[in-house]
Design a protein around this ligand. Structure first.
Ligand code: ARE
Ligand code: CA
Length: 631
């Protein structure tokens, strides 16, 4: 069997129902070299009966170039989740194909998923996220800036610093009480930049509810926007302007849901006795006592990573008061913001893996039960809302049954491989840059963790408020940001720009990764911003870059080149990336995409046009740059 002819994924040309209902059978297409095989089978596991089943495939057609055969087979409809792989035979040899790759012996993991009834939001698949850490983006209202002592009841002196001042020079170890004045009015005033200049249409805001710290991951009141960021009315105005199509595309808003823990100033806890409510910390007969978990009241209690200012919520069992307050009831936090007058479009679930009962760490079935209930609550308020979990590894346990999250922050399937390939930053594969072939197999392996509709809504960021800045990993080389942006905007998953990464903002670990946005650099005339804007426009122009197939075309470890196809019924694109510091001439095998000789392909970045000869396009690509060839 010629392995280089074999192809299948759940793109529109290879799977007729990527999000099947329980009554839709799924017809799968498998590609082989013409005449290469004598038989092909789908072997699928059906979770309803716990058995494997075989479906013989039939030859169906050739491609337009005559190089390939297409075989088809159908997995019958049912409500049950299924997993499939292919077996192909050429009379003497057998090969196996699944999402993890091609093998000569049968694989035991990495199968493609069929999850009937599971849909993820189309706007998330087709959008671009811009992530804002509100205190540091833009000060739109100086009247609400923090005043010294504003949150002094929380035990740390509040400090207002000048825009642009270093974030590392914080006094007294109270890093989180240092403010710069950014706010929601500022974000609203800069939507022309986010939606207009860049073309991003999804706003993800780090926490905005009342809390004494700049990051606000220690919530004091979930139903109140922090006064230093604005009012609940300011939030409504910002959401309204994101939803409006008058200042750019119709947009969406995702808020940070910090539901594993509250702050210790939350009235339910009230460690500093400011509230008239009797909090759990204040009395064992408090009606909120059971909302937290005390090992020894009052000073020993479960918290996020044991941090005293972040006491963990005790979710108890189904129907508990905490579950009801956070997501269950009509007036719960989750539903309040999903409904009018806010109408947010999704929640990013902070530290989602840890939500649990009785101070547990989330590693048992309780966490999944809570997440499934939370999904039901979210979708009941808005069926089109996004549930984006925070997890740093394989998030499959929360996504793959279609009952919990829609997607997750993609650290191990995007940020880490991109950084290891382009910057050599060590995430476990040594200090040197990994070869293109390893980059490709890393990407394939992590895609295989998820159903296709989850892959398409994974949040693909170069960095976040929890990591070093990509610009710093790249050693300040803006060309590495260019290359990373070209990959990000052409890869599978929702591109996510952490404010400032579009111009290569520098920054080390927390809190230095939260510097103030430099509005003298972040403008349409900045070369990286202009490239990001161009790339988003290209992504928006071609559905194939969002929901099309992904096919590896070339890995060249010596010259550090990588090329892949993105395609659907309407368009075939070939993306070429050069991770070397010098220009290379590269012959891209576009025959793999069934592009015919004599066809003209145009690089959507430079506008240069090329003609296909001998099944290839030959072009010269600058170091740390790329091309997006489209027919
Ligand atoms: C503050 C200081 C830090 C200091 C820390 C501990 O800024 O310098 O090290 O306190 O004293 C929020 C704030 C942080 C703050 C923290 C504690 O944003 O600035 O740190 O609260 O007060 C793990 C968790 C994951 C978590 C990351 C940071 O699993 O949930 O650690 N991320 C979320 C948010 C954070 C937020 C919180 C949680 C708390 O995104 O911003 O912090 O609400 C591996 C592991 C992961 C681990 C990851 C990173 O990959 O597998 O589990 O994530 O490393 O460490
Ligand atoms: Ca302000």
């Amino acid at each position: 069997v010629e392995w280089s002819g074999l192809f299948h994924d759940q793109g529109p040309l290879y799977d007729n129902h990527v999000e099947p209902t329980a009554t839709q059978a799924v017809t799968l297409t498998l590609r082989t070299f013409k005449g290469d095989i004598t038989s092909a089978n789908i072997k699928y596991y059906d979770s309803a009966d716990g058995q494997f089943h075989w479906v013989a495939m039939n030859w169906s057609a050739n491609d337009a170039t005559g190089n390939f055969d297409f075989w088809k087979g159908t997995v019958p409809a049912s409500a049950a989740e299924k997993y499939y792989r292919f077996q192909v035979n050429d009379g003497s040899a057998t090969a196996w194909l699944n999402a993890a790759g091609i093998t000569s012996s049968e694989p035991s993991s990495g199968d493609f998923f069929v999850v009937p009834g599971f849909t993820t939001p189309a706007w998330m698949k087709n959008g671009v996220i811009y992530q804002v850490f509100p205190d540091r983006f833009y000060n739109g209202n100086t009247a609400n800036d923090v005043t010294n002592g504003q949150y002094s009841y929380a035990g740390c002196a509040t400090e207002k610093h000048a825009w642009g001042a270093s974030v590392t020079s914080n006094a007294g170890g109270c890093n989180s009480a240092v403010f710069f004045g950014g706010d929601l009015a500022g974000v609203d005033q800069k939507l022309g930049y986010i939606k207009g200049t860049l073309g991003a249409d999804i706003l993800y805001l780090n926490p905005i509810f009342l809390s004494p710290t700049n990051h606000k991951y220690d919530t004091e009141d979930y139903l109140k926007v922090d006064p230093a960021f604005g009012t609940n009315t300011t939030l409504q105005a910002l959401i309204g302007d994101m939803h409006s199509s008058s200042n750019g595309p119709r947009g969406y808003v995702i808020l940070d849901g910090v539901f594993n823990h509250t702050g210790d100033t939350e009235a339910w806890f009230d460690r500093y006795h400011w509230s008239s409510v009797t909090g759990a910390y204040e009395s064992q007969s408090s009606s909120y006592y059971s909302w937290y978990t005390f090992q020894s009241w009052p000073n020993s209690y479960s918290g996020f990573f044991g941090i005293a200012s972040m006491p963990k919520l005790n979710y108890g069992s189904s129907g508990s008061a905490v579950r009801s307050a956070i997501y269950g009831s009509a007036t719960s936090v989750v539903k309040t913001y999903l409904k009018a007058p806010y109408s947010i479009d999704g929640w990013r679930l902070d530290a989602a893996q840890y939500l649990d009962a009785n101070g547990g760490d989330g590693s048992d079935a309780t966490n999944h039960q809570i997440m499934a209930e939370l999904r039901t609550a979210v979708k009941s308020a808005n069926p089109d809302a996004e549930i984006l979990g925070e997890f740093w590894g394989n998030a499959g346990p929360w996504t793959d049954n279609g009952e919990e999250w829609d997607g997750a922050m993609n650290y191990d399937g995007f940020m880490q491989p991109v950084s290891e390939w382009i910057t050599g930053h060590d995430y476990g594969n040594g200090a040197a840059s990994i070869p293109a072939s390893q980059f490709d197999s890393w990407l394939r392996g992590t895609r295989a963790h998820y159903p296709t509709n989850v892959q398409q809504t994974m949040s693909n960021a170069l960095g976040s408020h929890d990591t070093t800045r990509f610009g710093t990993r790249a050693g300040g080389d803006i060309w590495k940001t260019y290359l990373a942006l070209i990959f990000q905007m052409t890869y599978v998953g929702t591109p996510t720009i952490y404010y400032g990464d579009e111009y290569g903002m520098q920054g080390g670990a927390d809190p230095d990764n939260r510097r103030t946005f430099d509005w003298t650099v972040g403008t349409s005339t900045n070369s990286a911003v202009a490239l990001a804007s161009r790339l988003i426009a290209i992504r928006n122009a071609y559905p194939a870059l969002r929901t099309g197939s992904f096919m590896t075309l070339l890995t060249d470890d010596a010259s550090k080149l990588y090329a892949y196809g993105r395609f659907d019924a309407a368009n075939r694109l070939a993306v070429v990336l050069n991770d070397d510091s010098v220009t290379h001439t590269v012959a891209v095998p576009v025959w793999q995409l069934s592009v015919t000789n004599g066809s003209r392909l145009v690089d959507q970045i430079s506008g240069t046009s090329y003609t296909v000869q001998n099944g290839q396009v030959t072009l010269s690509v600058n170091g740390h740059y790329g091309a997006i060839l489209a027919q």
